[in-house]
Design a protein around this ligand. Structure first.
Ligand code: AMP
Length: 529
């Protein structure tokens, strides 16, 4: 990059600028208020986690984990990956330069690993494997340094041994989080929260990272506001209350046109049989499906139901529906969730195609769509995940349900509906600058600094010029900043113990003592003028 090249935010990430940031604050503040009334408390989670946490929870075969996660590439991790890749195909015929490269990678790995051992970045438990790798390297170097065909089998064995030893070395492998449910569950287990009375109700908000193809409503750094309920109960009333809380938030934010879709995807008793049935039906229509769906017949047939491909819609409409294959318990749970939504006056649409591709999700799933978002119209996804706590090493009896709102999309939808226009809504304040405090002369500066402090203490928004300006320039700036009032302090005012207050909307001005100034500003504020 040349010296003069300008820096720009990287692809798929963006700045959230004022006044839009005021709307973000309003959304987040409203979420805090609404969630608190349901007894939820905030958990602040790290953005970096072990990659393994997401491998295990979201699943290595999903797009999120296999393609979209941002890892932290340490040199040790990179070379480990290279060596593992090398050793995967020990029988492959290679030429002498490749063999040399392999030895060089191994040598580089050893140099970095020894350093990491010394700085304790690598745990002492790895010492033995590193020692053995050292031996393997020496053997490779001294016994068969070239591609002598007669020693090919020994070289292959060496690659295999090295692969095994390297895979045993526990190199820290970190990722930026692509979502936060796994982190909440990790924290729940790590801090023994199952000992807490009742259900544990947590909410979080913050950035998530996925290397997706950016488009409207889809970013690589995006934000979620989410909540999770963890505990021993899976009562349908919990599901209904979580959804009620969401709908209350959207209503409080004046989000118009939000549609709640719900479904039940069964549990480990009834879903496998349904999935097999679905797979069998999909096999029959295989040649009419697109490439993605064809692949999913094997990997994850449920995800075919997600497909937006026009040509597949007719086929999908005739596929078996999970609602017809729920076991008795799942059906009863689903019926009760719906009854309880009814008790709360919450309108919903049943959508049998609403699925979650991950195994640990079960029973209730829901999604909320909002207008103004184009094809990325889901503002919130959620569901029950009773198996996840156990999957991550916690008690098998712990159940869970939660949701994640896409904050970017929520804000976008509010803006499209004109809700983003007013910078206000912040703690009931109309926003903007109450007072531009113009001062002229050194004595006035000291008086103005004191007055600005007292005005701010009283909650007024005050702009105090840092340097002295000519009268016209100073008042011109007050205008451009759209201040409501210019309060002027000069020698005359100081002598008389007053300030001059100029209302900038109509230019009227008056001289007031400090107490009168405060009363006047308060009156203006409460009149919402
Ligand atoms: P998920 O964690 O995939 O269930 O997503 C939950 C919600 O997060 C979605 O309904 C979206 O509103 C939002 N979301 C997911 N991925 C992105 C993204 N790349 N950009 C913006 N919002 C997203």
């Amino acid at each position: 990059m040349s010296d003069k090249a300008k820096f720009q935010a990287i692809k798929g990430v963006r700045d959230i600028l004022p006044p839009e940031s005021a709307l973000w604050n309003r959304v987040e503040q409203t979420a805090r208020e609404v969630f608190a009334t349901f007894g939820f408390v905030e958990i602040r989670l790290p953005i970096l986690e072990q990659r393994e946490l997401f491998d295990r929870s979201i699943g290595g075969e999903t797009d999120i984990v296999s393609k979209e996660m941002y890892g932290i590439a340490s040199p040790l991790l990179v070379i480990k990956g290279m060596l593992l890749g090398e050793s995967k195909f020990p029988g492959l015929k290679r030429d002498s330069s490749e063999y040399l490269r392999f030895l060089m990678s191994l040598s580089a790995f050893l140099v970095v690993a020894r350093d990491a051992l010394q700085s304790k970045e690598l745990g002492a438990q790895n010492e033995r494997s590193i020692h053995e790798l050292d031996h393997a390297f020496q053997a490779g170097l001294t016994h068969f340094p070239n591609a002598d065909p007669s020693r090919e089998s020994e070289r292959q064995q060496l690659r295999k041994d090295v692969g095994e030893l390297v895979s045993r070395i526990e190199v820290e492998d970190l990722s930026l989080r692509p979502e936060a449910t796994a982190s909440v569950v990790r924290a729940y287990i790590e801090h023994g929260m199952q000992m807490l009375p009742g259900n544990v109700k947590l909410y979080y908000m913050g950035p998530m990272f996925r290397r997706e193809r950016p488009q409207k409503g889809r970013y690589r750094q995006f934000y979620q506001i989410g909540a999770e309920v963890l505990g021993s109960s899976d009562a349908p009333g919990i599901d209904a209350e979580v959804i009620e809380m969401l709908m209350m938030l959207f209503e409080r934010l004046n989000l118009k046109g939000a549609v709640l879709n719900i479904n039940s995807i069964g549990d480990k008793n009834c879903r496998p049989a349904y999935v097999e049935k679905l797979r069998a039906e999909l096999q029959k229509v295989r040649e009419h499906l697109g490439e993605d769906s064809k692949r999913r017949i094997e990997t994850n047939p449920l995800r075919v139901l997600d497909s937006k491909l026009e040509s597949e819609q007719g086929i999908i409409a005739n596929l078996p529906r999970i609602a017809d294959h729920l076991c008795r318990d799942c059906r009863a749970h689903y019926d009760e969730v719906k009854r309880q939504l009814g008790l709360r006056g919450i309108a919903y649409q049943e959508n049998w195609r609403l699925v979650r591709g991950l195994d640990y999700y079960m029973r209730t799933t829901f999604e909320i769509t909002a207008p103004g978002l184009g094809s990325q119209n889901a503002v919130c996804g959620g569901g029950r995940y009773d198996g996840l706590v156990e999957l991550l090493g916690g008690p098998a009896t712990t159940k869970g349900i939660g949701f994640a709102i896409g904050t970017d999309r929520l804000v976008l939808s509010l803006q499209e509906a004109g809700e983003g226009e007013t910078p206000g809504g912040l703690a009931g304040k109309a926003g903007g600058l109450d007072v531009y405090l113009a001062w002229f002369g050194a004595a006035a500066q000291s008086a103005a600094i004191g007055l600005a402090g007292r005005l701010r203490d009283a909650g007024f928004v005050v702009e105090l010029p840092a340097v002295e300006m000519k009268f016209g320039k100073s008042l011109g700036l007050a205008d451009r900043l759209k201040a409501r009032h210019a309060v002027i302090v000069g020698d005359d005012e100081l002598a008389a113990g007053v300030v001059t207050v100029k209302r900038l909307s109509d230019g009227t001005q008056q001289k007031l003592g400090e107490q009168e100034l405060f009363s006047y500003l308060r009156a203006v504020q409460s009149a919402g003028d």
